[in-house]
Write a protein that binds this ligand. Structure first.
Ligand code: AMP
Ligand code: GLY
Length: 407
C-alpha cells in the first residue's frame, strides 16, 4: 500500500515511525513536504505545499498512491481532502465541512448542543460589549476563545479581566466564544472514524503550559505521556458512548460525515467529564506517545477508516509499556519568534535504546524526544537522557513531564 502523508512536523515524523514499526515498508511512504530528519527515513517532496490542492492532487495521482493521510489542520480546513476525494483518492482526514469541528469552536458547540454532549457553557460574541457582558456573567477565571484556527494561540485563561478583553479585541473580527471556567485534569483521547464507526486509541495527557508546574502561557503542547493510569475504570467506553459516537452520528446526519481522526480534548471536572475542544487530526505531541505504543498495523487502520471499513478487521491494540515525550522549543516560544539556530546531538540521543527523536520545525517547537519503557519512571528517564544530549542555544523544555505518574 503506497501512502502519501502531508505535513512536516514531529507528529508526521511519529506517524511515519509508527507506520514502519507496525509493518509498512519505508519505501512505500512519501511525505510532503517533510523535513530533514523525516528525509532520513522516507522519501520527501520538499517543494510541495500541503495547503495547495492542485499540487497535492497532482502528486497523489503521479505517484499513484493508495491513500493520502493529512497530518495538520490547515489543509483539512481549506478543503484539500474534498479535492482528493473528488478525484477518487482514498483520504484519511475529514472534508472541509467536517473539519469545521476544529476550524470553528462555535460550530463544535452547536454540534455538541445538538447531540447532547457534555461541554462547558459558552456565549458566542461578535462585539466587545457582548464579550464584556459574558465575562461578567461567568466571572473569573475568564476563558476567551477565538472562533477560528489560531495555532494554539486563540485561547486565554486568566484572572485579569483587562487581559481577557485585550485578547478578545485581537480576535473579535473572527468571532469570540466566552466560556465558563472548567477545573480538572485534562486528557486527550483520539478516535479513528470512517464516518459511521469509531475506534478509540489509547488516552494521553498533554502539557499545555510553557513552563514547569503548569506556569506560563498556553502552547501547542510541551510534552505528553501515555497511557493515563489514573483514569477511572471504563473511561474510554464512556467517552466513546457519550462523546465520539454521538458526534459522528450528528455529522453523518447533516450529510457531512467525519472521516479521519476525531481528537477529543477532555477535562475531568467534579461534575463529570466535559469536552474542552475537538480537533480534526492527530494531536502533537500526544501522537508521539500514543502511536509509540500501537501494536496493530497502522496503514491498515487508516485505510479502513478512509474507506468505510473500520468495523471489519482488528481493533487498535496497545502495548502495556509507557511512553513519555518531552518537547524542545526555541528561545521565546510561544510568545516571540527567535532566529533559526542549529540543533546538535540528535543522533547521539537516538543512539540510546528506546529513545526516539521526532523532528518538528526550525523554530517554535523544534523536536520531541520520546522514551519508551516498561514503567513511567524509566520512560521518563530515557526521554530526559536523550534531551540532555541535544543542544539548541536558548532552547527550553519542561522538566516535569510524566513526573506525577512515575512514582
Ligand atoms: P482549546 O484550544 O480550546 O483546547 O484550549 C486550550 C487550553 O486552554 C486547554 O487545553 C485548557 O488547558 C485551556 N482551556 C480551554 N477551555 C477551558 C475552560 N473552559 N476552562 C479551563 N481551561 C480551559
Ligand atoms: N497537543 C494539542 C494539539 O495537538 O492540539
Amino acid at each position: 500500500m503506497k501512502i502519501l502523508l502531508l505535513g512536516s512536523g514531529a507528529r508526521e515524523h511519529a506517524i511515519i515511525k509508527a507506520l514502519i514499526r507496525t509493518g509498512s515498508e519505508a519505501g512505500s511512504i512519501i511525505c510532503a513536504p517533510g523535513n530533514d530528519l523525516i528525509a532520513l527515513e522516507v522519501e520527501i517532496k520538499a517543494g510541495i505545499d500541503p495547503n495547495n490542492t492542485f499540487e497535492v492532487a497532482s502528486l497523489a495521482l503521479e505517484e499513484a498512491v493508495d491513500l493520502v493521510v493529512i497530518g495538520p489542520e490547515a489543509p483539512l480546513v481549506l478543503g484539500v481532502a474534498d479535492a482528493l476525494r473528488s478525484q477518487g483518492i482514498a483520504v484519511f482526514g475529514p472534508d472541509q465541512a467536517a473539519a469545521a469541528l476544529e476550524g470553528s469552536k462555535n460550530f463544535a458547540k452547536e454540534i455538541m448542543a445538538q447531540a447532547d454532549i457534555p461541554t462547558g457553557m459558552a456565549n458566542k460574541c461578535s462585539t466587545l460589549e457582548e464579550v464584556a457582558a459574558a465575562l461578567d456573567d461567568f466571572g473569573a477565571p475568564y476563558v476567551v476563545k477565538a472562533d477560528g484556527l489560531a495555532a494554539g494561540k486563540g485561547v486565554i485563561v486568566t484572572q485579569d479581566r483587562e487581559l481577557a478583553l485585550e485578547h478578545a479585541a485581537k480576535f473579535i473580527h473572527d468571532g469570540i466564544l466566552v466560556e465558563e471556567f472548567l477545573d480538572g485534569q485534562e486528557v486527550s483521547l483520539f478516535f479513528l472514524s470512517d464516518g459511521k464507526t469509531v475506534m478509540p486509541l489509547s488516552p494521553a495527557q498533554d502539557y499545555k503550559r510553557a513552563f514547569d508546574n503548569d506556569e506560563g502561557p498556553n502552547t501547542g503542547g510541551m510534552g505528553a505521556y501515555s497511557p493515563v493510569p489514573w483514569l477511572p475504570e471504563g473511561f474510554v467506553e464512556e467517552i466513546t458512548k457519550r462523546v465520539a459516537e454521538p458526534t459522528i452520528i450528528e455529522m453523518a446526519k447533516r450529510g457531512t460525515p467525519f472521516v479521519g481522526l476525531l481528537y477529543c480534548g477532555l477535562i475531568l471536572t467534579e461534575r463529570g467529564t466535559k469536552v474542552i475542544e475537538f480537533n480534526a487530526r492527530f494531536g502533537d505531541p500526544e501522537t508521539q506517545v500514543v502511536l509509540r505504543r500501537l501494536q496493530t498495523n497502522l496503514a491498515d487502520l487508516l485505510m479502513r477508516a478512509a474507506t468505510g471499513k473500520l468495523d471489519v478487521g482488528p481493533v487498535a491494540e496497545f502495548s502495556d509499556y509507557c511512553a513519555v515525550t518531552v518537547v524542545l522549543a526555541s528561545e521565546g516560544y510561544p510568545n516571540s519568534v527567535a532566529e533559526v539556530r542549529e540543533v546538535t546531538g540528535i543522533a547521539q540521543a537516538e543512539a540510546i535504546d528506546d529513545v526516539e527523536v521526532c523532528k518538528a520545525g526550525p523554530i517554535g517547537r523544534v523536536l520531541s524526544v520520546v522514551g519508551y519503557a516498561q514503567g513511567f519512571q524509566e520512560a521518563r528517564t530515557l526521554a530526559y537522557e536523550g534531551m540532555a544530549r541535544i543542544h539548541l542555544a536558548g532552547g527550553h523544555f519542561r522538566n516535569d513531564i510524566g513526573l506525577k505518574v512515575s512514582h
